[in-house]
Ligand binder design. Structure first.
Ligand code: HEM
Length: 417
């Protein structure tokens, strides 16, 4: 009967809401998101959790990411009804720490204006030119690691490769790298739903410091441009200093807060699956697919979200303007309809690269080529230099849900090859 059905639907909703709270709001969802994701996936395509919708369905995530009836949810820039705007503005956390918002947070047509000049600096040719630098930086880091000794593979290696490369691309002096790592740690929690007010105010302070640093830096580059990407943007692009600042902040954050997680996760998946690592030693041409498989099975960016810009229908649901849809990229990447036996780590998986780890549609990751190159090179060089590398203690997770990864990987290097 009708009432029974309504009550059953309410129960599903409550249960999904509870699971979602556990997934996005604490240590359980950080330690093992996949158990909760699999429980939630059972409820089907698009379903309601407390104040939002959520999906773990690969094709639906992809469809929504490519659907221009959805935006990224900056209320000021979206033509919303008064009610939807009011609802959005009641969200406790400003979705973007910098003003004006970066390309990641804005919709068309503004998005193209912000992305185009940056994309021009990220062509496959420009990225290919970084290949030698990535090799050089990786070699230096590996040379500095102890022979047959203890090492933290995150602090000494995984986090250092991306910060070195992005710092060079943006023309920052080497001496500022540790400061950036610190700032990165402080602003990363902004992407999490369950952020505390304390963490939030720390993040806002860090973002003000970054903004001030970058305004100074941009002024310097304008007077004395180098041959880095930021100098070319400063001199060529039609962007205001504040917009340049926003793009540089995004590149800096996106450039190292994500790739560190990919490299860290790659180390753990490979060391825990020695058969797969042996296969790579025998067939190094499999390395690039192995990196896609890490991105698939353990997404470094676990979720993103979109907001309905109009009244719309999707997946049999009616969404009102302002409705938020949480897209679980990590869940999409383990959708059994697309990836058979999804929890199995298989570096030869044929469609591994169909993962949504870099998102899809107009906001698809601009640094994907760079991230792939850094991770492939770093993982290969590390495991070839130290063939007996092993983890010695359980890894420590970063206390973050969206930018998911490890803060410490205690290991023993073993003898050098
Ligand atoms: C956007 C993931 C590395 C620059 C994105 C998005 C994802 C992502 C999921 C889109 C979010 C959305 O659709 O809402 C990753 C992962 C990385 C990585 C998993 C490493 C493993 C990088 C690097 C850079 C970069 C190295 C640059 C140096 C960007 C930029 C955007 C972006 C600029 C915004 C694009 C836009 O809004 O048009 N990334 N990223 N990313 N990423 Fe990455």
């Amino acid at each position: 009967n009708h009432h029974g059905l309504v009550r059953a639907a309410e129960k599903v909703k409550l249960r999904q809401g509870d699971l979602f709270a556990r997934l996005s709001g604490g240590p359980e969802g950080i330690e093992n998101p996949y158990a909760l994701i699999e429980e939630m996936r059972g409820a089907g395509g698009l379903h309601r959790v407390t104040s939002a919708w959520i999906t773990f369905d690969h094709d639906l995530c992809r469809e929504i990411l490519r659907d221009n009836r959805f935006g990224t949810g900056m209320p000021e820039l979206v033509p919303l009804s008064g009610r939807a705007r009011a609802l959005l503005q009641r969200r406790p956390i400003p979705p973007n720490p910098v003003d004006p918002p970066s390309m990641l947070m804005i919709d068309q047509p503004e998005h193209t204006r912000m992305r185009k000049p940056v994309a021009a600096a990220f062509t496959p040719r420009a990225v290919a030119r970084l290949r030698d630098r990535i090799a050089g930086v990786t070699d230096e880091l590996l040379t500095a690691l102890p022979d047959d000794g203890p090492v933290d593979l995150v602090t000494r290696f995984a986090s250092q490769v991306p910060i070195a490369i992005i710092s060079e691309m943006l023309g920052f002096p080497d001496s500022d790298r540790e400061m950036f790592l610190q700032w990165g740690d402080e602003i990363s929690p902004l992407l999490d739903l369950g952020i505390s007010w304390q963490a939030h105010s720390r993040a806002m302070k860090a973002s003000e410091r970054i903004h001030a640093y970058l305004l100074d830096h941009i002024e310097r580059l304008r007077a004395e441009p180098g041959d880095d990407i930021l100098s070319s943007l400063v001199t060529a692009a039609d962007l205001t200093d504040h917009e340049l600042c926003t793009s540089a902040t995004l590149l800096m954050g996106a450039g190292f807060e994500t790739t560190v997680n990919l490299i860290g996760k790659g180390i753990v998946w490979l060391l825990e699956h020695p058969d797969q690592l042996d296969r790579l030693r025998a067939e190094p041409e499999l390395w690039s697919n192995a990196v896609e498989e890490v991105l698939r099975i353990d997404a470094p960016v676990q979720t993103t979200a979109r907001v309905a810009l109009t009244d719309l229908e999707i997946a049999g649901r009616r969404l009102r303007p302002g409705s938020t849809v949480v897209l679980s990229l990590a869940g999409a990447n383990r959708d059994p309809a697309v990836f058979p036996d999804p929890a199995r780590f298989d570096i030869t998986r044929e469609n591994a690269k169909n993962h949504l780890g870099f998102s899809s549609g107009i906001h698809v990751c601009l640094g994907a080529g760079l991230a792939r190159m850094e991770a492939t090179h770093a993982l290969r060089a590390l495991t070839e230099t130290f063939p007996d590398l092993r983890l010695t203690d359980p890894p420590t997770r970063r206390p973050l849900f969206t930018l998911h990864g490890y803060s410490h990987l205690p290991a023993h290097t073993g003898a050098r090859a």
